[in-house]
Design a protein around this ligand. Structure first.
Ligand SMILES: Nc1ncnc2c1ncn2[C@@H]1O[C@H](COP(=O)(O)OP(=O)(O)OP(=O)(O)O)[C@@H](O)[C@H]1O
Length: 243
């Protein structure tokens, strides 16, 4: 099940924030969208999850066109937002029930999957807690658990590592590898590059709303021969934008 984005162009008003974005993500692989603040990562993701409509271009997953069959397209995807969105009046267990109903999941399997994920993220004794008692990292973990629980073939993730402690970062990376092995198609925006080669199959470096380079990290460094780190690449991009 491949995600195919072709010539995607869009933005918030008259101006185009992203322009002519094309890429594919194959089943069982993870693509990382990287780039400076404001380069268009979240805008691209907003189009992929259907909260923004393309001004031009197409998004197709497993042959389903996001604009022609939005309901079918959306039911194939789950999303982890950059900022956690939790229901303040629902307990953690009730969040699980909401996900089970929304995605018509098999109750027994989903509950046992939820217990496993709670254990991994050290939430297993917090089933009756309300979000008001959650830390920032715990809220983020709840979003991750809900998205993974939905078990959709397409997973779209906007900067998932913010607020997570190092153990949770490592646990999430392990879960993403597991999802890849199970055939999921994953697109993730991130600022965290350290160690990413280990589980990222393709990087898309966005710059001012366009794909500057795609490939492995070595392809990015080849394009910026003076730079040894991704911070150096970003610094050079920022300097070039000022000219
Ligand atoms: N709701 C909005 N209305 C108008 N312009 C917006 C809106 N959201 C973002 N933008 C603009 O679109 C451009 C791309 O922003 P976007 O959030 O996609 O970047 P990003 O790469 O995700 O950045 P970050 O790394 O900070 O999350 C920026 O110039 C931003 O100011």
């Amino acid at each position: 099940m491949t995600l195919e984005v072709s010539h995607l162009t869009g933005g918030y008003g008259q101006t185009n924030t992203i322009e002519d974005i094309s890429f594919t993500v194959a089943s069982g692989t993870l693509t990382a969208l990287i780039g400076l603040n404001g380069s268009g990562k979240t805008t691209t993701i907003n189009h992929l999850i259907g909260i923004m409509q393309p001004k031009a271009g197409q998004i197709i997953f497993d042959g389903i066109d996001s604009q022609k069959e939005p309901v079918r397209y959306q039911s194939a995807l789950s999303y982890i937002p950059e900022l956690p969105v939790v229901y303040e009046d629902l307990t953690l267990n009730e969040h699980v029930q909401t996900t089970i109903s929304a995605y018509h999941l098999d109750e027994k399997k989903a509950e046992s999957d939820a217990q496993r994920l709670f254990k991994i993220f050290r939430l297993e004794d917090k089933g009756n807690w309300f979000p008001i008692d959650f830390s920032k990292g715990m809220r983020q973990k709840v979003m991750i658990v809900m998205a993974l629980l939905a078990d959709t073939p397409l997973l779209v993730i906007d900067e998932p590592f913010i607020g997570l402690d190092p153990l949770a970062v490592a646990d999430l990376i392990d879960l993403l590898k597991e999802k890849k092995a199970a055939g999921s198609t994953i697109l993730m925006s991130t600022h965290v590059i350290a160690g990413a080669e280990e589980f990222v199959d393709q990087f898309l470096l966005l710059d001012q709303g366009k794909i500057h380079i795609r490939g492995h990290l070595k392809d990015i460094f080849q394009a910026f021969p003076k730079q040894k780190t991704i911070d150096g690449v970003y610094y050079q991009l920022a300097k070039e934008a000022e000219k």
